[in-house]
Design a protein around this ligand. Structure first.
Ligand SMILES: [Zn+2]
Length: 159
């Protein structure tokens, strides 16, 4: 049985890990990467984690402000997007619906970066497309997506 490396995401043989590597879940190959590169992997995961939370707290916002100043462009961008999300809708409930109505640009950013999948990891593309179509939002949410879907009405609130 191998061991999981949290940097490359691979299950690798035990001999690919040092003692310390085992503890911190970093394989020998990844341990050789520059520190900034390893940090970026951790930070990206951290930022995606904030999108999974039911609420992005003030403490999270402070942390995101620091990350948004990162020299790593991807990290800085992701942090800036989630910061903006926290400003508009810190609570996860109905977040995508609010963004769809008020901040299409931000919704586009979430899609482009893949952050939207952290928001709702099991989200199927169709429900997102349905949301973006907007035809069931503009009537006050009374209408249903036009495509066949087997979601219970309550599922809408899950956004
Ligand atoms: Zn690795």
């Amino acid at each position: 049985m191998g061991h999981y490396c949290r940097i490359c995401g691979r299950e690798r043989a035990n001999e690919k890990f040092s003692g310390k590597g085992h503890r911190i879940h970093v394989c020998l190959d990844c341990a050789r990467l520059p520190k900034e590169e390893r940090d970026a992997v951790d930070q990206e995961e951290e930022i995606f984690g904030y999108m999974e939370q039911s609420h992005i707290s003030d403490k999270n916002v402070k942390r995101l402000q620091i990350l948004s100043a990162s020299e790593n462009e991807r990290i800085a961008e992701l942090a800036a997007i989630v910061l903006e999300v926290a400003k508009v809708k810190p609570y996860k409930k109905r977040r995508l619906q609010v963004l769809a109505r008020e901040r299409r640009d931000l919704l586009d950013d979430l899609e482009r970066t893949g952050l939207i999948y952290a928001h709702q990891w099991e989200a199927d593309a169709e429900s997102i497309i349905g949301l973006r179509g907007g035809h069931w939002l503009e009537d006050g949410g009374q209408g249903r997506p036009t495509h066949e879907d087997d979601c219970a009405p309550d599922d809408v609130g899950f956004f």
